[in-house]
Design a protein around this ligand. Sequence first.
Ligand code: AMP
Length: 279
Amino acid sequence: MQARAEELRLSGKRIAFVPTMGYLHEGHLSLIDAAGRESDIVIVSIFVNPTQFGPQEDFENYPRDLERDIELAKKRGAHIVFHPSAEAMYGECPLTNVEVSRITDVLCGASRQGHFRGVATVVTKLFNIVKPHLAVFGQKDAQQAAVILKMVEDLNMDIEIRIAPIVRESDGLAMSSRNVRLKAEDRKNALILSRTLFSIREGLYNGEPLGKLLEQGRAKIQKIPGARLDYLEARTFPGMELLQNADPDKNCLIALAARFGKVRLIDNVLIPKKGEQRV
Ligand code: AMP
């Protein structure tokens, strides 16, 4: 892959990269669209990265379907699908990690020890292998996007980062590879997540206080049978500072994580600062 990428660069091609863990859905495919609009060559990686899963997490049960993924990615315009084995990625005994501090202590980082070190390390490795000019990430994983932006800035990586909007099912649930693992009842109940986020955003636009909206949102989710809320918080984006009150001069990320059975779901809405377009 590295030799191929070098060849492409030398022949003047602009490479855009979409890293994924596979089991592709319309959210991933929208990133391929975005990548295609700004490049000559789109490379998609499919790698369920073991180092970003904790020992009690769902690495083994993460859904996989490589053949279908390759077909979907290619149909949508990907030129190369890179799917390395864990052995090829990590070899015998890697001793080097990339650690982004502080912004990884909160939200998902607080309950998923080592998760963002795994993410930052594998994304660095993939960047070094794929040699992209541009990489596209989804706002669905907003904290991950913030971590990548900071890592690229701090380590002077010569790669442009794009953040693409969240793609949702028609009823509002954020698309996720993990959604197929939801039991039918939980799939229905999980609608509370996006509904709560949308109603908080609506409340903020109507001038209601952030603290009260978050409290009401937490209470609504906790009342749903089978739902276990991990967090529902407002933070600046990409700085990840806790927001007690809405501040029109800061991007406000309302983010949540909740479990339904064994499935952990995340979702968010981003309310851009004054002067930037609402999404
Ligand atoms: P994953 O395969 O879950 O690691 O996701 C790979 C990339 O796709 C990440 O940049 C995610 O943020 C992005 N992504 C996942 N789900 C969605 C979605 N529903 N909408 C937009 N991007 C998404």
